[in-house]
Design a protein around this ligand. Structure first.
Ligand code: GDP
Ligand code: MN
Length: 394
C-alpha cells in the first residue's frame, strides 16, 4: 500500500527524521493560508499523488512570492499529473503539500527495500540523489552503495557509517545521516514496510540532514497490526470493485478483457487466466474466492463480476476442496435470485468435493449454465460464446 508524501513525512517526524515544515492544502485558498502560516518565503508546492517523478512532470513548484501561491496552487489542484511512474492515465492531484523551501547544498539518496533473493532488507545510499536516480542506477550502479541487513541483528551503526563513508560524506554529517538511517530502518521494521525511500535526502546550506521527499510503501499483509496506517489507505485511485471485493475478503483485480473469471485458489486462478488467453480471449479480472469462502462471499463475488460492463462471458472454475462445490452453488443460486437472473452466458467447471450436489443445486435453480468437464472443453465454449457475441446472428 502506498501512502502520500505528507503522510510519510508525518511518520518520519514521529521517528525523529528531519523534514521541512509543511501543511496540507486541498484548495488554493488553503494553500495561501498555509504559506502565510509557514511565515517564510519561498515555499514549495508539491502535488500529492501515489507516484514519484513529480518534479520532472511539473508537480513540484518553488514559489517565490506570497501573491503567486493561489494561482500556482490552482494550476496544480484538480490537474491530472502524468509522470514517468504513473502510466499514461496519470493521477489526479487532490491535495498539495505546502512546504518551506529548503536551501539545498547536496542531494543524497537513501532507501530500504526487501532483497527477496537474499531474504533480507537491503539499505541503499548514494551521494548523487535527486530526480536522475534511475539514470544513475543504469549508468553508474557502483555509485549506489548497498548493505544487506541481517534481520536478526538489525541495521548496525558500523554499516551506516560504512554506507556514508563510501559516499564521501564528512564525518560530522555522516554521523547525522547515520542516525537518520537507523531511525528509517526502525520505521521500516516497526511499520511492516515493503519499501521506504528518501530522494532527495539533502544536506542543507546550514549543514542539516533533511528528508526533502518521502516514500513509504506498507506491506498490506501487515496492515492489520497498524490501525494508524489503515486510516491512511486512500482507496479512490483503485477500481471501486477492487475496493469492495477487498472489504468482502475476496482477492479481486480488474483486468482489461471480457471473460469474467471466478476461481478458488490463486494458482488455479492464474492457470485459468492462461487458459482464457489460450482460447484467444482476455480475462476481465483475477478473482480468487479462496478456500474459506462462504456462500455469501461467492454470491458477492458473482455480483461484482456481473457489475463489470466489460464482462461478456463468465467462467466459473472451481476445484472443490475446502470450498465445497455445493457451497459454491448455493452462493451462485442466492446471488442469481437476488439479481433476478444471470444476464450473461456462464461456463462452469465443477470438480472435486460435492460436485454432484453442486450440480443439482444449480439445475434446480433453473440456471442454464454451460457445464464443462475439462479445461480444454472450457476453452472451446468460451471461444464459441465470444465469437457469437462479436458476430451475432452468424
Ligand atoms: P519527485 O520528483 O516526485 O521525486 O518529487 P521530490 O519531492 O523529490 O521533488 C523533486 C525535486 O524538487 C527534488 O529532487 C528537489 O531537487 C526539488 N525540491 C523539492 N523541494 C525543494 C526545496 O524545498 N528546495 C529545493 N531547493 N529544491 C526542492
Ligand atoms: Mn523524490
Amino acid at each position: 500500500m502506498k501512502i502520500y508524501e505528507y503522510q510519510a513525512k508525518g511518520l518520519f517526524a514521529r521517528y525523529a527524521i528531519g523534514v521541512p515544515k509543511g501543511i496540507v492544502a486541498v484548495t488554493p485558498a488553503e494553500a495561501l493560508a498555509a504559506a502565510r502560516s509557514l511565515g517564510t518565503m519561498p515555499i514549495v508546492l508539491k502535488a500529492q499523488i501515489h507516484s514519484g517523478g513529480r518534479g520532472k512532470a511539473g508537480g513540484v513548484r518553488v514559489i517565490a512570492r506570497l501573491d503567486e501561491v493561489e494561482t500556482a496552487a490552482a494550476g496544480l489542484l484538480g490537474r491530472t499529473l502524468v509522470t514517468a511512474q504513473t502510466g499514461p492515465k496519470g493521477q489526479p492531484v487532490r491535495a498539495l503539500l505546502v512546504e518551506e523551501a529548503v536551501a539545498v547544498r547536496q542531494e543524497l539518496y537513501a532507501g530500504i527495500a526487501i532483497d527477496r533473493s537474499a531474504g533480507r532488507p537491503l539499505v541503499l545510499v548514494s551521494a548523487e540523489g535527486g530526480v536522475e536516480i534511475e539514470t544513475l542506477a543504469a549508468r553508474a550502479p557502483q555509485k549506489i552503495v548497498r548493505e544487506a541487513v541481517d534481520p536478526a541483528f538489525g541495521l548496525r551503526p558500523f554499516q551506516t557509517r560504512r554506507l556514508f563513508f563510501s559516499c564521501g560524506l564528512d564525518a560530522g554529517l555522516g554521523a547525522a545521516a547515520a542516525t537518520l538511517l537507523l531511525n528509517l530502518y526502525r520505521l521500516f521494521i516497526e511499520k511492516d514496510c515493503s519499501a521506504v525511500e528518501i530522494n532527495p535526502l539533502v544536506i542543507t546550506r546550514s549543514m542539516e540532514v533533511v528528508a526533502l521527499d518521502a516514500k513509504v510503501n506498507v506491506d498490506e499483509n501487515g496492515l492489520f497490526r497498524h490501525p494508524d496506517l489503515q486510516a491512511l489507505a486512500d482507496t479512490t485511485p483503485e477500481d471501486p470493485r477492487e475496493v469492495e471485493a477487498g472489504r468482502l475478503g475476496l482477492n479481486y483485480i480488474k483486468l482489461k478483457g471480457n471473460v469474467g473469471c471466478m476461481v478458488n485458489g490463486a494458482g488455479l486462478a492464474m492457470a485459468t487466466m492462461d487458459l482464457v488467453k489460450l482460447a484467444g480471449a482476455e480475462p476481465a479480472n483475477f478473482l480468487d474466492v479462496g478456500g474459506g469462502a462462504t456462500a455469501g462471499m461467492i454470491g458477492e463475488g458473482l455480483r461484482i463480476l456481473l457489475s463489470d460492463r466489460d464482462v461478456k462471458v463468465v467462467f466459473i472454475n472451481i476445484f472443490g476442496g475446502i470450498l465445497r462445490c455445493d457451497t459454491l452453488a448455493t452462493g451462485v443460486r442466492e446471488a442469481a435470485s437476488r439479481l433476478g437472473g444471470v444476464p450473461l452466458p456462464v461456463v462452469i467447471r465443477l470438480e472435486g468435493t460435492n460436485r454432484e450436489a453442486g450440480e443439482r443445486i444449480l439445475a434446480s435453480a433453473g440456471l442454464d449454465f454451460i457445464p464443462v468437464r475439462g479445461l480444454g472443453e472450457a476453452a472451446e465454449r468460451i471461444k464459441e460464446l465470444l465469437s457469437a457475441h462479436e458476430h451475432p446472428g452468424r
